[in-house]
Ligand binder design. Structure first.
Ligand code: AHR
Length: 649
C-alpha cells in the first residue's frame, strides 16, 4: 500500500521491515550530470542577486532612464542633470548623463538606491568605477556610501580629466555593515561632465573576479557539486515578445558594450510587480560558462527557438526567417568550443578564456509547445547535427508532465529520436509521492529524460503563498529516489527556480533565498545537496519483499555504489509520521565495513521552513551506525530523508 504524507500509518513500527540491497546487480551507470542546477534570472536572480554589481540602472538604459537615481541638492540649486541619448553613436548603451555644476560647493549631486538598497560589509573593499568625459571646467566626484540616516560608511573621490571617454576607478573600505546603503555622488567644482556606467562592486566577489558574482551565493552552488548548470532560463529565454527574447550575442564582450533588456518577470505577475527589473547582461554567457567551469558543472545553455513565450504573446518567427536564430545556435557552439582562430572562439579567447569551454549539450526552446515548436525544432536539429553531430540537444515537452500538450510533444520527439526530453513538473507534494515510479516503465532505448524544472508547490503553481517547507522537500526527496533508480533513462534533473531575493521575488518556492547581505538554503536545497553530493557511480536494486520501494508504508528508497570510493549509498525516505525500524541487508559484496554513517534530514513539522533567522532549522545531522554480518539496523525517524553510507571491499 502506498501512503501519502498525511496518512496515519496505523501499523507502523509493528514489525521491523527488511530491505535487501543487491549490490552485485548493477542496473545503470549514474550519469555525472544527474543532479544539477537550473539558473534563471527571475526573482532578482542575476541583477540584484548573484551578479555582485550594487548600482541599479548603471547605464541609464531602463525605459525610465533615471529609475533608481535621485537628484541631491542641498540648499539653493547648484547644478543640473540631463539624460542624453546618442543612439548608435554611443554603442549598445545609447544613454549617458550630462552633469552641469554651477557652484563649487559640492552640494549638488545624485544618488543610486541599489537593488532594495546596497548590502555593505564592514572591512570590505568596494571598487567604484565610472566612464567619464570632461566637457568644460573642472569637477571632482565625491563618492559616499551612506545608511538610511545619512551616516557615512565609506567614501572616495575621482577626478575626470580630458574629453575622450575614459574609465576612472577608485576603491575604499567600508567602516560599517549596512544592508540598505545608498550611493551618493556629489559634484565638486564648476563645469560639465558626461558620465556613464556608474558602478560599485565589492572586491570579495567569487574568486575576486572583477565584474564578478556574490561569493556566498556561488559557494552555495559549488557546495552542491552540481553535474550541470542550465542557463539563462526559463521563460526569459523566450521573452514576452520575440524582440524581448534572450540573445546571447548581446551579453558578451566589454560590459559597457552589452545591451540592456527589460526582464520578462518585470510585470508578469500583477500581484508581484517588479517594475525595476531589467537585465544589464553584466552577467552574460561568458560569465555563465565560467561559472559552470568554476563549480565543475557541464554548461547547458538554452536558446530561443523562434518563438516568444506562449503564456504571453506566443509570437513566432516565420520558418523562412529562422536562419538568424539557427545561426545563433551554431555560433554559440563556436563561441564555447572553437579555437581562437575562429570568429567566435576569438572573442571568447579575448575575454580571457583561450581554452574551450567544452560545451556538450544545448537546449532548443524552453517551455514551447505545439506543431509550431516541432516545425522549428526540426530545422534547428538538422542544422546543428549537420555541423556538430556530437552536441546533444535538449528538447521541450511543454509546460506539464501530462495532458494533450505533453502527449503530442512526447510522441513527436520520440519519432524524431530526440537526444534529451526536458520535462517540467510544478505539482502538489502528493504528485511527487505518486510519481516515484514515473520512470520505471519508460522506454530504455528511447530519448534520455531531463527533469529540467520541478518543485513541489505547497498551495498551487506559482501561488505567492507557496512555502519552501519540509513537506515539499520530503516529497521531492521521495520522487528523487525514482529519478536515481532510473538513472539509465533520467540523465539530468534540476529544482527550479534557483534564487529569490526576499524583497524582489516574483515566484515562490525557490531553492535559495537571499537578501542584500545573507543567503540560506531551503530544506529543498538540503535535499538537492544531499542527493548530489552522494551521487555514486552505479545504480543497484534496493528491494522490499522483492519490489522496488515506491511508497509502501511510507518508504521510498534507492541505492547506488560509488565504485571509486568503495561505498554503498542508500537513500531512504520515511514519509510516514512514525518511527520505522528497518534492517538493510547488503547482498553481493564480499565485505562491508563494521562502521558506517547515516545522514538525516528531518523535521516533525511538515510546515517547517528554513529562514534568515534560522537558516539551518532543517539541515543534515550525521550519525555513526554499526554493520553486523552485512546487515545494518536503522530506526528511521518520522518524516525523514536518510542517506546511509557504508564502506565495502
Ligand atoms: O521556474 C519558473 C518558470 O517556470 C520558468 O521560467 C518556466 O520555464 C516555467 O514555467
Amino acid at each position: 500500500m502506498a501512503i501519502g504524507l498525511f496518512t496515519n500509518y496505523q501499523e507502523s513500527n509493528a514489525q521491523t521491515k527488511t530491505f535487501t540491497v543487491k549490490a552485485n546487480e548493477v542496473k545503470a551507470s549514474v550519469p555525472a550530470t544527474l543532479w544539477g542546477v537550473f539558473f534563471e534570472d527571475i526573482n532578482l536572480g542575476a541583477d540584484g542577486g548573484i551578479y555582485a554589481e550594487l548600482v541599479k540602472n548603471r547605464s541609464f538604459e531602463f525605459d525610465t532612464p533615471l529609475m533608481g537615481w535621485k537628484l541631491l541638492q542641498k540648499g539653493e540649486e547648484t547644478g543640473s542633470l540631463l539624460v542624453n541619448n546618442w543612439g548608435e553613436l554611443n554603442g549598445a548603451n545609447s544613454r549617458f548623463i550630462r552633469i552641469t555644476s554651477k557652484t563649487p560647493t559640492g552640494n549638488f549631486g545624485f544618488s543610486n538606491e541599489g537593488f532594495r538598497g546596497m548590502g555593505i560589509k564592514k572591512g570590505n573593499q568596494y571598487d567604484f568605477s565610472v566612464l567619464a568625459s570632461q566637457q568644460e571646467g573642472a569637477v571632482s566626484l565625491v563618492i559616499e556610501l551612506v545608511n538610511s540616516k545619512g551616516e557615512k560608511l565609506g567614501s572616495t573621490t575621482v577626478t575626470p580629466a580630458g574629453k575622450p571617454w575614459k574609465k576612472y576607478n577608485a576603491s575604499f573600505t567600508a567602516t560599517v555593515t549596512e544592508p540598505k546603503a545608498v550611493l551618493n555622488i556629489y559634484v565638486k567644482g564648476q563645469g560639465v561632465v558626461d558620465l556613464d556606467m556608474i558602478s560599485l562592486f565589492p572586491k570579495d566577489t567569487w574568486k575576486n573576479r572583477p565584474n564578478g558574482m556574490r561569493a556566498d551565493l556561488v559557494q552555495l552552488l559549488a557546495d552542491m557539486k552540481p553535474g550541470f548548470l542550465r542557463f539563462p532560463g526559463g521563460c526569459i529565454v523566450e521573452g514576452r515578445t520575440l524582440d524581448e527574447r534572450f540573445q546571447w550575442k548581446k551579453t558578451i564582450g566589454p560590459v559597457e558594450d552589452r545591451g540592456y533588456l527589460i526582464n520578462r518577470w518585470n510585470t508578469e505577475f500583477k500581484h508581484r510587480l517588479t517594475t525595476d527589473y531589467y537585465q544589464s547582461f553584466g552577467l552574460g554567457f561568458y560569465e555563465y560558462f565560467q561559472l559552470a567551469e568554476d563549480i565543475g558543472a557541464e554548461p547547458l545553455p538554452i536558446l530561443n527557438c523562434g518563438m516568444a513565450c506562449q503564456f504571453n504573446t506566443a509570437e513566432v518567427v516565420p520558418l523562412e526567417s529562422l536562419d538568424p536564430y539557427v545561426q545563433d545556435a551554431l555560433d554559440l557552439i563556436e563561441f564555447a568550443n572553437g579555437s581562437a582562430d575562429t570568429k567566435w572562439g576569438k572573442i571568447r579567447s579575448e575575454m580571457g578564456h583561450p581554452a574551450p569551454f567544452n560545451l556538450k549539450m544545448m537546449g532548443v526552446g524552453n517551455e514551447n509547445w505545439g506543431e509550431q515548436y516541432i516545425d522549428r525544432l526540426k530545422i534547428f536539429t538538422q542544422a546543428i547535427k549537420a555541423k556538430y553531430p556530437n552536441i546533444q540537444l535538449v528538447n521541450s515537452s511543454g509546460t506539464d508532465p501530462n495532458g494533450e500538450r505533453f502527449d503530442y510533444l512526447n510522441g513527436e520527439l520520440r519519432k524524431m529520436n530526440a537526444d534529451i526530453i526536458d520535462e517540467h513538473y510544478y505539482r502538489a507534494p502528493q504528485w511527487f509521492l505518486d510519481n516515484a515510479k514515473r520512470y520505471d516503465n519508460y522506454d530504455r532505448k528511447g530519448p534520455k529524460i531531463f527533469a529540467g524544472e520541478y518543485a513541489a508547490q505547497s498551495v498551487a503553481i506559482a501561488s505567492p503563498d507557496n512555502k519552501n517547507n519540509w513537506q515539499c522537500a520530503l516529497s521531492e526527496a521521495a520522487f528523487m529516489t525514482g529519478l536515481e533508480r532510473n538513472a539509465d533513462v533520467v540523465a539530468m534533473a534540476s529544482y527550479a527556480p534557483l534564487f529569490a531575493h526576499a524583497e524582489g521575488w516574483q515566484w515562490t518556492p525557490d531553492m535559495i533565498w537571499v537578501d542584500n547581505l545573507k543567503s540560506y538554503g531551503t530544506p529543498n536545497y538540503q535535499v538537492q545537496k544531499l542527493f548530489s553530493t552522494n551521487k555514486g557511480t552505479n545504480v543497484v536494486p534496493l528491494l522490499l519483499n522483492n519490489e522496488t520501494v515506491t511508497g509502501q508504508e511510507g518508504y521510498y528508497a534507492s541505492a547506488v555504489l560509488d565504485k571509486n570510493k568503495k561505498e554503498i549509498i542508500l537513500k531512504v525516505v520515511n514519509a510516514s509520521d512514525k518511527t520505522q525500524d528497518t534492517d538493510f541487508v547488503i547482498d553481493g559484496l564480499n565485505k562491508v565495513a563494521a562502521k558506517g554513517t547515516v545522514t538525516v534530514l528531518r523535521s516533525d513539522q511538515l510546515d517547517q521552513v528554513n529562514s534568515f533567522e534560522n537558516p539551518t532549522a532543517i539541515s543534515p545531522v550525521v550519525k555513526d551506525i554499526t554493520v553486523k554480518n552485512k546487515k545494518v539496523k536503522v530506526a528511521l525517524q518520522p518524516y525523514s530523508v536518510n542517506v546511509i553510507k557504508l564502506k565495502f571491499s
